[in-house]
Ligand binder design. Structure first.
Ligand code: CO
Length: 508
């Protein structure tokens, strides 16, 4: 063993030990967050927030400490001398990327941003309750100012928005997103007009009924078990807002929430979160603590939830298998509804005010609108005070919907109040990735959709696991998409998927 090799081995062991320490703190924090949403009594909130803030502080200090910096700089020398193998290079580059970003943000700035956002969130909640944007405006102005500052501190080439987007979808630029979204918007606005003119009228209220929560829960468990959710390595619980989190590949938690009148409310969330959970459960335990044991990006994560929730979970073949079972459990109202009728109803399209309640045709328009607005805000071409006007006119233009008040318009999402600017596009990117990935799966697996009709999801799940999950951050998002589909991300696959599916449903 030569001198460099030996040193490299020791340095890398040291790096892995430090990263493991950080990951274990991260796991503890995730557990505290989960508990906060699922079990914590209401009076626990104040102390819990302090506990989490303290742990976040410990993590930050460890991560930007002098010792850690020294270690990274030593490894960086090895990297420059081409002394690192492929996996080591991936681990080092990703940690270096995160470290550099965090190092560029002075502690004072981070404190200011954290405090502003924590105050802004309760102000936003109040503003939404009163449906009055003016209450939230000064806080939003401050957040935009701070996020512009953040972009400057982090650095960017073309648009300051790139520096913010990079946190959620590394390596993606706002220009790439703009091009892809523009094509998508052109298609969707036009396609939606055709659907509105269709003679087919769907009334999804026929799917409403009285569904006991306990019975719904059993059915949800049955469905997600079939999808391959490993109950030995995860749990399904209840919370106000459905979410998923993971402490490690062997303990992943998902939640849903129940509406006794509408069983799809909990079921579609359970399927969505299971898609996220299968990704987390598919990461390799031996890579825990390094980027090789982490998901690629928000967009790729969302592709895994949306592929199951929408492309599979609202596919006629999925229901060829599950519908007879649903009918058996809930004879009312499904007894009298045929599979075909049921299928049309769960895929009902209607432009609406609220993003989270929108269907798969209109959903991306909600996202494109938010992307355009936040990009313009950060680039300084529009001002926060004009947002309600801009929002409402875009809603009219893209979706044909009149916004009656701020609560169901500009104030509906929590993201901006929490400082999450640059997050929204990852939802739509997730949809685009999912369609492109599904197309590749269909080419690889003969009779894929016929397997769904027989209740066999194993092939598909294993395909996702082998193509995506087990690799962790071995690929960039675009690298992964090129590897799987042979092409860069584009909107063609999503457009084709939507066209085929809804031409049939709405007889266009
Ligand atoms: Co999701």
């Amino acid at each position: 063993m030569n001198y460099f090799r030996k040193m490299k081995k020791e340095l890398f062991e040291e790096l892995k030990t430090s990263l493991l320490e950080l990951s274990h703190i991260g796991s503890a924090m995730a557990l505290l967050h989960w508990d906060q949403e699922v079990y914590m009594p209401k009076n626990g909130a104040e102390f819990r927030a302090k506990t989490l803030a303290n742990l976040a502080g410990i993590m930050h200090e460890k991560f930007v400490s002098k010792e850690f910096e020294k270690l990274l700089k030593q490894i960086s020398k090895l990297e420059k001398n081409n002394e690192l193998n492929k996996n080591e290079t991936i681990i080092f580059s990703e940690i270096w990327r995160q470290f550099s970003r965090e190092k560029k943000l002075p502690l004072e700035f981070v404190r200011d941003l954290t405090e502003t956002c924590s105050n802004a969130q309760s102000v936003w909640a109040e503003a939404r309750k009163k449906s009055d944007f003016k209450i939230f405006l000064p806080f939003l102005e401050k957040i935009v100012e701070l996020k512009r500052k953040e972009a400057e501190l982090v650095g960017f080439e073309d648009s300051p928005y790139d520096a913010l987007l990079d946190e959620y979808e590394p390596q993606m630029t706002s220009q790439e997103v703009s091009i892809i979204f523009y094509e998508l918007k052109e298609f969707l606005v036009d396609f939606l007009k055709k659907i509105k003119k269709s003679k087919i009228k769907i009334n999804p209220t026929i799917l409403n009924g009285k569904f006991e929560t306990e019975k719904q829960k059993k059915f949800n468990e049955f469905v997600i078990g079939k999808m391959g959710f490993d109950f030995g390595c995860g749990r399904l619980d209840t919370s106000t807002h459905p979410f998923s989190t993971s402490f490690n590949p062997e303990d992943t938690r998902i939640t849903t929430s129940y509406d006794e009148k509408n069983l799809f409310y909990s079921l579609s969330s359970a399927i969505h979160e299971t898609g996220h959970a299968l990704y987390e459960q598919g990461l390799l335990s031996e890579n825990f603590g390094t980027p090789l044991g982490e998901s690629i990006s928000h967009g790729i994560h969302e592709s895994q939830s949306r592929i199951w929730e929408k492309i599979v979970g609202q596919n006629i073949n999925f229901w060829k298998y599950f519908y007879p079972k649903l009918k058996k459990e809930f004879s009312q109202p499904f007894e009298k509804i045929s599979l075909e009728e049921f299928y049309k109803n769960i895929n009902y399209v209607k432009p609406s005010l609220i993003r989270t309640e929108s269907d798969e045709v209109t959903y991306n328009l909600h996202i494109i609108l938010r992307f355009e607005i936040e990009k313009d805000l950060i680039e300084g071409t529009i001002e926060a005070k004009d947002l309600p006007k801009i929002w409402n006119s875009k809603m009219k233009e893209y979706l044909g919907v009149n916004v009656p008040n701020d609560a169901s318009g500009i104030l509906q999402d929590v993201h901006w109040s929490g400082g999450s600017i640059g997050y929204f596009p990852t939802y739509a990117l997730g949809n685009l990735y999912s369609a492109q990935i599904f197309d590749a799966a269909k080419k690889d697996i003969l009779n894929l959709e016929k397997e769904f009709a027989l209740g066999n999801f194993e092939h598909f799940r294993e395909w996702l696991r082998n193509k995506i999950h087990i690799h962790g951050k071995n690929f960039s998002a675009n690298g992964l998409i090129k590897e799987i589909t042979g092409e860069e991300l584009n909107s063609k696959y999503f457009i084709d998927y939507i066209t085929d599916k809804y031409k049939n449903i709405y007889e266009l």
